[in-house]
Design a protein around this ligand. Structure first.
Ligand code: HEC
Ligand code: HEC
Ligand code: HEC
Ligand code: HEC
Ligand code: HEC
Ligand code: HEC
Ligand code: HEC
Length: 366
């Protein structure tokens, strides 16, 4: 409960700032979500005692939510990427450890160095450009499904009228702190991005908090000092708030939108809307279906026992007496009840966490 209370306070603390009503990939919501201050200790230091987590976590998409240009696999693998949108030609060219992003209208060309690549668990990757200490979000992104460039999600309505606008969207200091707060670690101090301490991606300490005292306490044999904040066994509501700090909470989406299929990416919102959701129940928490230290399991059968924890009819084994049993299917429950849903412009289908009976031709429940 303490954890949730702390999160609620930090949500309230950030209510001010420029608003953008429709958060989409690559165009971050600019208000209301907290910017998490983080710390920098590498997984290697935890491996000695927490072997399992330290082995798998560093290769998850979350750990790679951002990459430097030098380390970015997509940029390393593509010596040249190009596309034409309207009257503008876009090129991303590899030069040693760098990648240059340029846009031309046929007469003039502007070029920016790519500083960071954000994303690419599954869908796509957007580039953070920098010039003169100002940050820009690339107007085109890389998409895995087409192995090439297309407009960044959320930027479709923009009609660039100059070469500079066509290159990317300027990101103000508040918004860039939000982007880095969710995609990198140890990057935000006093509400500003501090690149000197930044670690790309989400580290152990980003979720678990600082470990200075943990390590010191273990060394001294002081159990109290060594104690970490408790994340295991969160209720459905607690996990929806905790993961929702980045994946967007129900409250956040309810207030800021999008109230359209655009919110299929925001699992805490979708799941909370489902009849399966019960705030106090651990069986429908994010961590009952997902291990945050491992890649998401893409085999439907993995989730059957999770559904069965409530929908088996076996109340004596902890099943929820109220939860009904399916007359249609006995396995791969999620394939019918958590439909893969196209997010327009994303070249990717997201899994709808609004678990429900999906009727044919039923409009998307927003
Ligand atoms: C010298 C061994 C050691 C090292 C190194 C170490 N830990 Fe621990 N950690 C422990 C022990 C022992 C516990 C208590 C285990 C228990 O009783 O559940 C613990 C508990 C934890 C817990 C709490 C688990 C829970 O559910 O309460 C977290 C989180 C954690 N460690 C994270 C880390 C991180 C992150 C690092 C790396 C920065 C790290 N630890 C390094 C030994 C270590
Ligand atoms: C500090 C921000 C942050 C927190 C907290 C967070 N996530 Fe994430 N998560 C991300 C980002 C950013 C991505 C996208 C990574 C990418 O695609 O590059 C992501 C991606 C994922 C993925 C998709 C992996 C894939 O294969 O595409 C899963 C599953 C996931 N998170 C689960 C969780 C769960 C469960 C929690 C809570 C225990 C959680 N996350 C908390 C930021 C966060
Ligand atoms: C409130 C936290 C938050 C902010 C702010 C944020 N992101 Fe994300 N981002 C996420 C999470 C969580 C995911 C994974 C779920 C998804 O795909 O929407 C994600 C996914 C992405 C992806 C798609 C990765 C993939 O392959 O699925 C890209 C690209 C991306 N973000 C870029 C950005 C950029 C650029 C900014 C800033 C302009 C930004 N994000 C701001 C949390 C955030
Ligand atoms: C995206 C957030 C996130 C990241 C990153 C993360 N953890 Fe965790 N960790 C959690 C959550 C949530 C739990 C509780 C899981 C549960 O309820 O089963 C947890 C549980 C643990 C536990 C306790 C396991 C137990 O049996 O209770 C340890 C130890 C741990 N993490 C270590 C690490 C280490 C080491 C790293 C980095 C290599 C790491 N975590 C990275 C979110 C995270
Ligand atoms: C009842 C089980 C269940 C619960 C609870 C659950 N998920 Fe999922 N999640 C799934 C399934 C099933 C998939 C899709 C796996 C696949 O592709 O086969 C998935 C996929 C994802 C992905 C990858 C992106 C996508 O759309 O495929 C993310 C991110 C994610 N979940 C986050 C969360 C978060 C955050 C929570 C808590 C609010 C949560 N999940 C709760 C079952 C669950
Ligand atoms: C925490 C317990 C719990 C879990 C876990 C759970 N459900 Fe439910 N579910 C319920 C309850 C309670 C209801 C409402 C009563 C009912 O219809 O059985 C419900 C309702 C449903 C409905 C009917 C919804 C409607 O639109 O009428 C479907 C379908 C469903 N669940 C499928 C699933 C699937 C598939 C999973 C796993 C991916 C799952 N549930 C996981 C508790 C749960
Ligand atoms: C082939 C698709 C499919 C699969 C697989 C499937 N279901 Fe269903 N399920 C349906 C349909 C369609 C309905 C609605 C039936 C109706 O309206 O009579 C339904 C209804 C339900 C209901 C509501 C029952 C009621 O009486 O209102 C629940 C709960 C449910 N399913 C859970 C599950 C669980 C748990 C699994 C996995 C063990 C599962 N389903 C597998 C298609 C499927």
């Amino acid at each position: 409960m303490k954890l949730v209370a702390a999160l609620v306070v930090s949500f309230a603390g950030l209510a001010a700032g420029p608003d953008k009503s429709a958060p989409q990939t690559g165009s971050a919501p600019a208000s209301a979500l907290p910017v998490i201050e983080t710390f920098s200790r590498s997984a290697r230091e935890c491996a000695k005692c927490h072997a399992a987590e330290s082995k798998t976590q560093p290769s998850t998409p979350m750990a790679h939510a951002a990459e430097t240009t030098a380390e970015c696999n997509v940029l390393k693998k593509h010596a040249l990427m190009k596309t034409r949108l309207g009257r503008y030609d876009y090129r991303i060219e590899r030069k040693g450890d760098q990648s240059l992003y340029s846009v031309s209208d046929g007469t003039e060309t502007v070029t920016y160095p790519i500083r960071y690549a954000f994303g690419l668990g599954e869908a796509g990757q957007t580039y953070i450009l920098e010039k003169g200490g100002e940050y820009y979000e690339s107007f085109v992104s890389y998409y895995q499904a087409i192995d090439g460039l297309d407009i960044t999600i959320g930027d479709q309505p923009l009609k660039p009228s100059s070469l500079v606008d066509a290159a990317g969207r300027h990101i103000g200091s508040h918004e860039i702190a939000m982007c880095f707060g969710c995609h990198t670690s140890n990057a935000v101090s006093g509400g500003r991005v501090v690149e000197k301490t930044l670690l790309p991606g989400i580290t152990c300490e980003h979720c678990h908090g600082p470990t200075e005292n943990h390590l010191l306490g273990l060394q001294k044999g002081d159990a109290e000092l060594a104690e970490m904040k408790k994340l295991a066994g969160m209720s459905a509501e607690q996990s929806a708030q905790f993961c929702g700090e980045c994946h967007r909470t129900w409250e956040y989406v309810a207030e800021h939108g999008p109230h359209s299929v655009g919110n299929v990416r925001f699992q805490p919102y979708r799941l909370t809307n489902s009849k399966c959701f019960d705030v106090d129940d651990v069986r429908i928490s994010c961590t009952s279906c997902h291990n945050p230290h491992e890649n998401v399991d893409r085999v439907a059968a993995h989730y059957d026992t999770k559904c069965g924890a409530c929908h088996s009819g076996a109340t004596e084994t902890g099943g929820n007496a109220k939860a009904k049993i399916c007359k249609v299917g006995t396995k791969d429950c999620a394939t019918c009840h958590m439909p893969k849903t196209d997010l327009p412009g994303a070249h990717h289908q997201f899994t709808d966490h609004d678990i429900r009976i999906v009727a044919k031709n039923q409009p998307y429940p927003e």
